[in-house]
Design a protein around this ligand. Structure first.
Ligand code: AGP
Length: 383
């Protein structure tokens, strides 16, 4: 029963802890069970259960509309769709899209992402997109897809196809497990596109599927090993007023998501930035009172991220690092290190987000706040 806290102090914590199971469930649904990593065996053409017409896999462009946390999932997906599948992808806040829609392009898939399936801005955006496309003088090939945790929602009625996120009802106002489920669905979608478009080597595919299958255990490990240390770190920063979360590449979206979790549950003024962009002005904010959290998984952007973190430290800011690099020399940079399991950089958002959810939760509890029902907001924004 999703409305029973099952011994957890809050729904938010319970839902954070459900994430391994949610990932397992989504993978069981979207990955074909008979597809194994033995490349000598006769593999089914694709490892994914995504019943789209062939023509849809040939789209020239993808446009994503969503709000809040769902938009952040869209921003991670933008990296996967562009870097893995090579499809030009745009993401816009649904509320901005309504007054400033993307230019009309042919052969385009519009994706609306909404946990509730009822967010007014997102429903309005999908209607605007459909209307503009159908009223165009030239015939534009168009498809619409909804990604939602509520398969019976208004969104489902508005789109051609729906991919459910299978996270179970989410009660806490702060989205946690539904974000994780959105990432799984988007990752499978991007990989399915990459396979059909033949832009992924067989080895890359085999490796990525194997890595995806490790995720539930790795999230479990993160929860087991990091929950207590994060509670201790949270005690140090209970009274912090400002926080900057830095990420690069696809972890910029996780920085935005971490900052949103902090804002809505702890009321700390928190901002997410791309590490490089942060140097162009915002770094002037830093002093010993501003907490900086650097998301620094091993990979292409690791060295640059570490340089950004070092710079923050030089400017006096206390520094938390979320990383899977454990060499002692690097460790010295961070005042507090939260270690997540080793993973390919491409899949790192699955593991870097959970420490931020736990940190926001722990600080909110220490501040004595109503974690599951923050002030001024409701779970779903229907006008
Ligand atoms: C997430 O923690 C927030 N409560 C909020 O930003 C939310 O993601 C947003 O309102 C969108 O909701 P939806 O996914 O139901 O459309």
């Amino acid at each position: 029963d999703p409305h029973d806290r099952q011994g957890f102090a809050h729904f938010m914590l319970k839902e954070i802890y459900e994430q391994p199971e949610v990932v397992r469930r989504c993978l069981a649904t979207y990955l074909k069970p008979d597809w194994n990593s033995d490349r000598d065996a006769a593999l089914p053409a694709t490892p994914f259960n995504l019943a789209f017409p062939e023509a849809l896999f040939a789209v020239a462009e993808i446009q994503i509309v969503a709000c809040g946390t769902s938009r952040h999932a869209g921003l991670v997906a933008q990296y996967w769709l562009e870097q893995l599948a090579g499809i030009p992808t745009r993401v816009r806040s649904a509320s901005e899209f309504v007054s400033a829609p993307f230019p009309l392009t042919t052969n385009t898939l519009t994706i609306a992402v909404t946990q509730s399936g009822e967010t007014a801005d997102t429903l309005a955006a999908i209607e605007v997109a459909k209307k503009r496309r159908s009223q165009s003088d030239v015939s534009l090939q168009s498809w619409s897809l909804g990604i939602t945790n509520q398969p019976d929602s208004s969104l489902t009625k508005a789109v051609d196809y729906t991919l459910p996120t299978l996270a179970g009802a989410e009660v806490g106002v702060a989205a946690t497990k539904t974000f994780m489920a959105q990432l799984v669905v988007f990752c499978c979608l991007a990989l399915a596109f990459a396979v059909r478009r033949r832009v992924l080597s067989p080895q890359q595919l085999v490796d990525t599927i194997a890595a995806l299958r490790l995720l539930p255990d790795q999230i479990e490990t993160t929860l087991k090993q990091q929950h207590e240390p994060i509670q201790t770190v949270a005690q140090t920063f209970t009274d912090v007023k400002d926080c900057i979360v830095l990420g690069r590449g696809m972890n910029r979206a996780i920085a935005l998501e971490g900052a949103l979790k902090l804002k809505e549950t702890t009321y700390i003024h928190a901002e997410g930035y791309a590490g490089g962009e942060f140097m162009h002005g915002p770094i002037a904010l830093l002093d010993a009172k501003v907490l900086v959290i650097a998301i620094a998984p091993a990979g292409n952007v690791y060295d640059q991220m570490l340089a950004n973190a070092q710079k923050a430290k030089t400017n006096g800011a206390p520094l938390i690092g979320i990383t899977n690099v454990t060499e002692s020399s690097d460790r010295a940079v961070f005042d507090h290190q939260i270690t997540v399991p080793a993973i390919d950089e491409l899949l790192s958002p699955f593991l870097t987000v959970t420490p931020l959810q736990l940190l926001a939760y722990a600080i909110a509890v220490q501040r004595g706040l109503d974690v599951d029902r923050p002030r001024n907001i409701t779970k779903t924004l229907i006008h």
